[in-house]
Design a protein around this ligand. Sequence first.
Ligand code: CA
Length: 319
Amino acid sequence: MAKYKMILDLDTGVDDALAIAYALATPECDLIGIVCSYGNVITKQAAQNSLDLLAALGRPDIPVFMGATHSSTTNHFDVMPISQTIHGMNGIGDVTLPTAKRSIEAQNGVDFYVEAAHKYQGSLLIVPTGPLTNLAAAIKKDPEIVNLIGHVTLMGGALTVPGNVNPVTEANINQDPEAANDVFRSELPLTMIGLDVTLRTLLTKKETAKWREIGTDSAISYANIVDYYIDSYKVTSPHLKGCALHDPLAVAAAVDPSLVQTIYLNMKVDTKGAYAGRTIGDEKRINDPATTTQVAVNVDSSRFVKMFMQKLSNLFKQN
Ligand code: CA
């Protein structure tokens, strides 16, 4: 039986699609739902992508919920041109998947969070790999869940390396610094999987060629989706020589924390001025006796990429 119940919170672009596949290929966790947000695409597209990917991977039974459609401090969201360059206009490398039969759930993602926290408590793992707007809204709606949720392992932020939006700001945090600050400064047991580690876990066309050899529908679709992403990295980050496995690394570290080395540090997010969106130690809580936040600063990338390829290849063979 699965040890954990997992909720993914996605702005379903290419690496979110890889996070879904990784979660489905990990028997220690039971993916109980996907909550969607805006970011790489608008929320509705993120939800449809999630449904279509789940169906393509043989799991049309998993529910998908709509979350926030814009940040906590705005009333509108437009996809940034750079997101369209990296993830394609539809978020999944402009690959067309068969439309899933299942519809988006009527229940809102924030309510699903609250319900699941009470139901599953310590066995609930939450893995947000987009803006933190939904999780911040959930802890605001029911502050008690902070003490119920087992662990939050999020992809976002940068502590020891520059940001990817500006020198101090990473893209997920940049979408809603206020929400991210609420999450970081809460007492949620939290691990930040930021650019510090995700930029060290890379995939190349050598790996996607192996998926093509598998030859199933899901393998070919994922190879096409990720090749688009690898091509965009050649333009935006030619020094990397591959694409970063941001979001699936967060799923992997949620289930197997030994993949990353962390430091314990109470964190905050700057919300205003030149440093808005910066994830940094909270000077006001630096001497607090209880530190609930860990920041990953190193990763066993060869073990992760090997595991990633094994798990996804096995999953694609079955679908
Ligand atoms: Ca994402």
